[in-house]
Design a protein around this ligand. Structure first.
Ligand SMILES: [Zn+2]
Length: 152
């Protein structure tokens, strides 16, 4: 099952389907463009529903924050006559009062005359405490403090 998206109003509790693909919903959210309720004008909460395997099942999470890195040569490059733009998202999710991080990514390929959006499958969704532990372990070995390989 694909990741499903919808919006819910925290005030009047009405739900709304998204009118755009997930990529564009996340992109808007990363820019602080948060939709307003069509009935009461409150800021909507953005929900994603994942259907995990291995007995975990469906989880409806609230999107808390979405980040994208700045555009640079690692994010945009040329391939033949096409321009490829990489969108590695860092998404913070809330599920049952716990936080997790989700790392979905897309490639936007601009070909002459058309633009194709390619979704990277198998994006990890990791409990925040586990993710934090990994970042902490890597930090203790010197990663993040300095981004050059020779410093490690
Ligand atoms: Zn409302």
């Amino acid at each position: 099952m694909a990741t499903l998206q919808h919006y819910k109003c925290p005030d009047c509790l009405k739900s709304f389907d998204s009118d755009q693909r997930l990529f564009y919903s996340l992109l808007d959210f990363s820019k602080g463009k948060i939709k307003a309720c069509q009935h009461c004008d409150a800021k909507l909460k953005f929900y994603l529903t994942f259907d995990f395997g291995l007995g975990v099942g469906k989880s409806e999470s609230i999107v808390r924050d979405v980040f994208l890195p700045e555009k640079n040569s690692k994010r945009i490059w040329k391939e033949n006559n096409n321009t490829v733009e990489f969108f590695p998202f860092l998404v913070f999710l809330e599920f049952n009062s716990e936080l997790s991080v989700w790392l979905p990514y897309w490639h936007l390929v601009k070909e002459p005359g058309k633009t194709v959006l390619k979704y990277g499958q198998w994006a990890p969704n990791i409990d925040l405490d586990i993710f934090t532990e990994l970042i902490k372990k890597a930090s203790e070995k010197g990663y993040f403090a300095n981004n050059s390989i020779s410093a490690l």
